[in-house]
Design a protein around this ligand. Structure first.
Ligand code: NAP
Length: 323
């Protein structure tokens, strides 16, 4: 079969012939229709992630959408979203024509949302949804701030906050295009981060209307520092990525004075049932037009270019391979 293959950690993968997966106990074979290239794929393939250096060669891709070809748990032809542990554990992932998937990692999807749109949402939207609900405990009427709102997690978080009844949703994103996208996703206001923490904190205080209950933060760094200063009593900041840096500064006085909570989030901590429920919910809201991530379909043969665009950290849209 044709597949994207990582031959050495840190190198851009190539599109090549690769052995097709075989049926195995507890695993199903899926014909892939759409699979996104996401930051986690690049991090794992770099060999610098906390999962260690991957065994090569391997097919990257931690998620996708497709149709079951053979399985002992689902009828052939069932449409599924699926996850893999490619790059985090030995084995091949989704950026290929066929993928073998642990039965527990298959989620049948009946919601009427196109394959590429669902693939673009995928684990980014699961992270956004679960950061707001399970980790962040969002209550209707609360005010939400989404940092890095131009990325896939950020776009999904803005839409999800709206779906969940947030009273006010403020977005921070670097480019004007991203800010327009955040407004289209349902943000009440979208700000540029700038470079100065104090200035951003002042602008956030104004934009959030003097109340900030929950921050969804995929970027960390200066923006997280500024957001912490604006939190209301009982406020929570859920960090799920470090796109702008691995370190942020939080003052003890700031945290104590408002009993603030700084929380970490990873999709890898979800149970199979939690992830399945989140994917199903996300797909339903996407079908209703309430959740979306801007994306571009890319032919499998152009995967190396898509990989390089994602490696800039600023791909503009989620790139979805359509094998
Ligand atoms: N913990 C989890 O389970 C989980 C799940 C999914 C993703 N993540 C992490 O969340 C982060 C965002 O993922 P994504 O899928 O949304 O990425 P993406 O779609 O590729 O978008 C890029 C994101 O990174 C931000 N960014 C990139 N370079 C930056 C810089 N120099 N300074 C500030 N911001 C920068 C962008 O901010 P702008 O909006 O300003 O452009 C945007 O939010 C990644 O670190 C990813 O690994 C974590």
């Amino acid at each position: 079969m044709r597949a994207v293959v990582v031959r050495a950690p840190g190198e851009t993968p190539v599109v090549a012939d690769h052995p097709a997966p075989r049926p195995a106990p507890g695993r199903s074979v899926v014909r892939v229709s759409a699979a996104p290239v996401v930051p986690l794929d690049l991090l794992c393939a770099s060999g610098t992630s906390y999962f260690g250096s991957p065994a090569v060669p391997y097919v990257p891709g931690v998620q996708g959408v497709g149709v079951v070809e053979s399985s002992t748990t689902l009828p052939a032809g069932t449409r599924v979203w699926f996850a893999t542990s490619a790059g985090m554990a030995p084995g091949d992932g989704s950026l290929a024509e066929l993928c073998t998937v642990a039965d527990d990692d298959l989620v049948p999807v009946t919601a009427d949302v196109p394959d590429a749109a669902l693939a673009a949402l995928g684990l980014s939207a699961v992270a956004a949804w679960m950061s707001l609900t399970w980790r962040g405990g969002l209550q209707p009427g609360e005010h939400v701030l989404v940092l890095g709102a131009g990325g896939a997690v950020g776009q999904a978080a803005v839409g999800a906050a709206r779906v969940l009844g947030a009273g006010r949703v403020v977005a921070v994103a670097r480019s004007e295009t991203s800010r327009d996208r955040a407004l289209a996703a349902g943000a009440d206001e979208a700000l540029a981060p700038g470079t100065d923490v104090a200035t951003l904190a002042d602008r956030l205080a104004g934009a959030t209307g003097g109340r900030l209950d929950l921050v969804v933060d995929p970027v960390f760094g200066a923006a997280a520092t500024a957001a912490s200063r604006v939190l209301s009593p009982g406020g929570r900041l859920v960090n799920l990525g470090g796109a702008s840096g691995d370190v942020a500064e939080f003052s003890s006085a700031v945290l104590r004075s408002r009993s603030a909570s700084m929380l970490g989030y990873t999709n890898n901590a979800l149970t199979v049932e939690q992830r399945r429920a989140a994917v199903t919910t996300v797909a339903e809201h996407a079908a209703a037009g309430a959740l979306a991530v801007a994306h571009e379909k890319v032919a499998l043969g152009d995967a190396a270019g898509a990989w390089r665009r994602q490696a800039t950290g600023d791909p503009g849209v989620r790139l979805v391979l359509t094998p």
